[in-house]
Structures are given as structure tokens and as C-alpha cells.
Design a protein around this ligand. Structure first.
Ligand code: CTP
Ligand code: MG
Length: 248
């Protein structure tokens, strides 16, 4: 019974527009990926299980920087091996596949988590592991959607009329960490490997690959603190709030 995390940190952060790759950008004095790693290592399930293996995907040319960033107290402790850093790929999907290839054989549950979600609370991480351990082989955290969502077809402002309003009660905005039975996630990535070379055709999350196999994916309650940092505004919000739920 060994749980591992693939922490995706190999993106460039084009939409953030910082000089550094997004995962190395500091918030509250430390890189996003360090916050994310600490939150993962702090998680404990009700049965007392913790993350034992951490594999981090780094942007090409930044492996040494990612390694150096991880040389801080992550709260690892006994039984936890030092983090392994691998070079990521051309898409998030390819990076996760590279991370999976680096996992030791004893791992049976894998979480995939985005460094871009630095303040995902340990309790959220634990709830995902618990759901997988309880027999749900693919688990995602999801939050109800607050915006009204419309389908716009080819889209374009004033270029195409709205096609439909999607019933909001059916929708969940999905976060990470996503948790999987290792064999199922390996199979899902193998089946989709041909799409991994290009971000525009690759999957934006891992559960999507499991869905393509026709296997069930289950939702546990998400957490606002696991919000993804995409834009400079998101970074400013994270700087203000850190792992607080609200500014109050
Ligand atoms: N990621 C990765 N390998 C890639 C692309 C993304 O490991 N080839 C990681 C990112 O580092 C991030 C997570 O996947 O932690 C989610 O991706 P996203 O938020 O899109 O980050 P970036 O791709 O870095 O940002 P952008 O799309 O704006 O360039
Ligand atoms: Mg991206």
C-alpha cells in the first residue's frame, strides 16, 4: 500500500507572463511548487496513510532549479523517499506520463497534482486518497459552478450566436489532486499516448483519459483553496489569501 504523487510543474506559465516558469514563481516567499509539495506531504488519511513518493515534472532547462527549490523542509519524515525530478513533456499529459514512468513498482495509488494549485489543503488530498482506497479507482475534486455557462460552438465575439445554456446543476469545476488506481491510470495514459505531443489535442486532466476508457470517474467535494493560478490576478489573490479560505 504505497501512495505516490506526480506533481506537474513543467509548464511555462504563458498566461501568467512571469520571467520564471510558473511553478518556480514565488508566492508568500516560496515557489508555487514548494507550497504544493508541502500540502501534499502534510496529508494524512483516517487510516494514517501519507504520501510516500513524490515525483516532480520540471521544465526542460530547469531541472536543477526545481531540485534546488525542493531542498527545503517539505515535512517528509521517516519512510518518505527524497523527491524525484524528471523533465516534463510537450503537454501536461506528456509530463504526467513522464512522471508515471519514474514511479517505483510498489506504488499502487497515484495522485496527480498541479503545482499551479499551491494551496490545496491536506484534508482535500487525504479525502481523494481515502476515496481511491475505498475502491473508487478514479477520483476528482469538484466544485459547483457559479457562473452561467453557455455553449458557443466555434465562438468569437459577435461572430456566432449562443447555441445553448448548459444546465448548471449538472456541472462541476474539477480540480487536482486527482487520485487513481495506478494500473488504471497507466492504462489510460498508454491508450492516449498518441495525443501527448501537442497541448492542443492532449487531455487537460487525467480523469478525462480514464473517461475515454469508459471507466467511471467519481467526484469528491472540491475546495476553493485548491484554485488554480493561471493569470497575474490569480497570483495576486494567492499572495493575499495563501491557504486562508476567505479574507475575513
Ligand atoms: N504542466 C506540465 N507540463 C506541461 C504543461 C503544464 O507539467 N507541458 C503543468 C504546469 O506546470 C501546471 C499544470 O500542468 O502545474 C497545469 O497547467 P497550466 O495551469 O496550464 O500551467 P502552464 O502550462 O504552465 O500555463 P500556461 O498554459 O498559461 O502556459
Ligand atoms: Mg498550460
Amino acid at each position: 500500500m504505497t501512495t505516490a504523487v506526480v506533481l506537474t510543474a513543467a509548464g511555462s506559465g504563458a498566461r501568467l507572463g512571469h520571467v520564471l516558469p510558473k511553478a518556480l514563481v514565488p508566492v508568500r516567499g516560496e515557489p508555487l511548487l514548494v507550497h504544493a509539495a508541502r500540502g501534499l506531504m502534510a496529508a494524512r488519511t483516517e487510516a494514517g496513510e501519507r504520501v510516500a513518493v513524490l515525483v516532480v515534472t520540471a521544465p526542460e532547462g530547469f531541472v536543477a532549479d526545481v531540485r534546488a527549490a525542493l531542498e527545503t523542509d517539505l515535512g517528509a519524515g521517516p519512510g518518505v523517499v527524497p523527491p524525484v525530478v524528471v523533465v516534463g513533456g510537450a503537454s501536461r499529459q506528456a509530463s504526467v506520463a513522464a512522471g508515471l514512468a519514474a514511479l517505483p513498482p510498489e506504488v499502487d495509488v497515484v495522485l496527480v497534482h498541479d503545482a499551479a494549485r499551491p494551496f490545496a489543503p491536506p484534508a482535500l488530498v487525504a479525502s481523494v486518497v481515502e476515496a481511491v482506497r475505498a475502491g473508487h479507482r478514479a477520483v476528482v475534486p469538484g466544485l459547483p459552478v457559479t457562473d452561467t455557462v453557455k455553449r458557443v460552438g466555434p465562438g468569437g465575439v459577435l461572430g456566432w450566436p449562443v447555441e445553448a445554456t448548459v444546465p448548471r446543476a449538472e456541472l462541476r469545476a474539477v480540480q487536482t489532486p486527482q487520485g487513481f488506481d495506478r494500473a488504471l491510470l497507466d492504462r489510460a495514459h498508454r491508450a492516449a499516448a498518441a495525443d501527448a505531443h501537442d497541448e492542443s489535442v492532449a487531455a487537460s486532466d487525467d480523469a478525462g483519459l480514464v473517461e475515454r476508457l469508459g471507466e467511471p470517474v467519481w467526484v469528491v467535494p472540491g475546495d476553493e483553496r485548491a484554485a488554480k493560478i493561471t493569470t497575474a490576478r490569480d497570483l495576486a489573490v494567492a499572495e493575499l489569501l495563501g491557504d486562508d479560505l476567505s479574507p475575513a
